[in-house]
Design a protein around this ligand. Sequence first.
Ligand code: SF4
Length: 266
Amino acid sequence: MKGLVFSIKRYSIHDGPGIRVTVFMKGCPLSCWWCHNPEGISPEPEEVNEIKRIGKKEFSVKKMAGEYYEPEDIVALIERDRVFIERSGGGITFSGGEPFMQPEFLLETLKVCRKAGFHTAIDTSGHFPSELLPEVLPYTCLFLFDLKHLDPEKHQKFTGVTNTLILKNLQLMLKSDVEIMLRIPVIPGINDDEQHLFELRKYISEIKTGRIRMINLLPYHKIGASKYRRLNREDKMKDYNTPSSERMKELKEFFSATGIKVKIGG
Ligand code: SF4
């Protein structure tokens, strides 16, 4: 069985605890305006223009985003970094895209990774068929779970889907004994207004359990802008700004009132 992957990042320190290998899987049911991995949205291999520089000259070359891997290929890759991974308390993180878009490959790779003794994490939008959850839970140590907007209409507008299924899946996850890190993208003008921030803090305080080990506040950044050009896609975020570091510190304090550890960044 093969899975379609558009990038594999070694020595990642922002996708869960310790040093990790992050596997970016193709396909996502959302289309967030601020997505910084737009090449991960389509479930098919896709041609992207890569900008190369020689001296002062810039030229573009065509490259395919998306390569097929067997679960065993992935384990063989992380084996190379086992020493660093184990010493740092790290592991493997499945990200994307949305890893649940390739459920068989995800499940099989989780199984072989756990069998090999690696800590496993899934970075998810939360938008996936709920019946998949009990299948992956026995092989998943941690979920990195995105909370983008609590208002279903705004969620629909900015991501292409409502948050109903996402919040349902979060509730289901909270009933299990898996650990969760909540990830909140901070996007000025989209989800950082006072009313939404208070609602979000209240929501998190109400669902709080000891298994939510951290809230990660992820400041919106413009890294994706060049990718939109290379994919010939519209960048809907060109008029939106990144949050200042002072603002991020304020928000860190604001969410610390939940009693959950808060970190700026992943
Ligand atoms: S859920 Fe993540 S990968 Fe999918 S479109 Fe949104 S930001 Fe991009």
